[in-house]
Design a binder for this molecule. Structure first.
Ligand SMILES: NC(=O)c1ccc[n+]([C@@H]2O[C@H](COP(=O)([O-])OP(=O)(O)OC[C@H]3O[C@@H](n4cnc5c(N)ncnc54)[C@H](O)[C@@H]3O)[C@@H](O)[C@H]2O)c1
Length: 271
């Protein structure tokens, strides 16, 4: 039994049709949560629902574009009237725009901020009031190892993941100051994970690409334990401290040598 209770609770996972989102859902239903999955991709959502049901889980799927604020608010009302109040929100939906900045279409840069940053504001606006009223809730925001370092060839993505950390830190403190101590936040910051999102990546030295299964298994265990800041794999745990302590030139050089700075150069994403 972990410190965070999930049994009998209802979890909503954005981008839950595939990849790490679906794996979070699988862990939760195995531990007797019920799940709501939101995604843009209806066909993948159907497959995801079958997978959850094959595990004996109770699932509601909704095709929702998390960048559509009105759709988020409407789907939140519908989900809660069908399933009950959402106790656990996992902001997992994400997209990446990778390539040379000056050649990147404006729409891709803008969409990255819409999905990876602004959508979190709408989902948290939708579910936090209910959590506050009930005096309890968990919000897991997915940032990344790129949430505290620069990553050439994906500035909008890195910006979005830095923003997720700033947003989560701010809200965590605000909830405490306002006396809503039953609302708990978790930040998950993995390096590259083999879901297809970053297809074409060249993994840095000492930073193995994690399988989605391992990444989510570790994150889920840490979440249940009550951890706030979850960094994976091992080397990522040291990155914020190294960045703060090393002179910038040395940190840049180490990142060059390890191949961090060129890791995203060939990213083309899922075909
Ligand atoms: N894969 C990695 O290497 C990696 C590393 C660090 C952090 N992350 C983060 O982890 C999260 C999950 O990544 P993943 O690799 O499982 O991704 P994925 O591409 O496998 O799954 C993301 C899901 O989000 C959905 N989605 C995208 N835009 C949406 C929108 N507007 N509305 C609703 N759903 C939408 C997609 O349809 C997809 O099903 C993302 O936030 C990502 O940034 C991934």
């Amino acid at each position: 039994m972990g410190k965070v209770t999930v049994s009998g609770r209802i979890a909503l996972i954005t981008g839950g049709a595939r990849g790490m989102g679906l794996l979070w859902a699988e862990h939760l239903v195995k531990d007797h949560s019920r799940v709501v999955l939101w995604d843009l991709d209806g066909a993948e959502l159907e497959r995801a629902a079958e997978r959850i049901q094959s595990l004996g889980g109770s699932v509601l799927t909704q095709v929702v574009d998390v960048t559509d604020r009105a759709a988020v608010y409407a789907a939140a009302v519908a989900a809660q009237s069908q399933m009950g109040p959402i106790d656990i929100l996992i902001n997992n939906a994400g997209i990446v725009a990778a390539g040379k900045f000056t050649e990147m279409p404006d729409e891709k840069l803008s969409a990255t901020i819409d999905v990876d940053v602004k959508a979190l504001l709408w989902t948290m606006k939708a579910f936090l009031p209910g959590m506050i009223e009930r005096g309890a809730g968990n919000i897991i925001n997915i940032s990344s190892a790129s949430g505290f370092i620069g990553v050439p060839y994906m500035p909008a993505y890195a910006a979005s993941k830095w923003a997720v950390i700033g947003m989560t830190e701010s809200l965590r403190l605000e909830m405490e100051l306002e006396g809503h101590t039953g609302i708990k936040f978790t930040l998950f910051c993995p390096s590259y994970v083999d879901t297809g999102m970053f297809a074409g990546v060249k993994p840095p030295l000492l930073t193995p690409i994690l399988t989605p299964e391992i990444a989510v298994k570790r994150a889920y265990k840490a979440f249940r334990r009550g951890d706030y800041f979850i960094l994976e794999p091992f080397i990522v745990k040291f990155t914020p401290a190294l960045k703060a302590l090393l002179p910038r030139g040395i940190f840049d050089r180490v990142s060059d040598i390890l191949g961090v700075n060129t890791s995203a150069k060939g990213v083309h994403g899922r075909k």
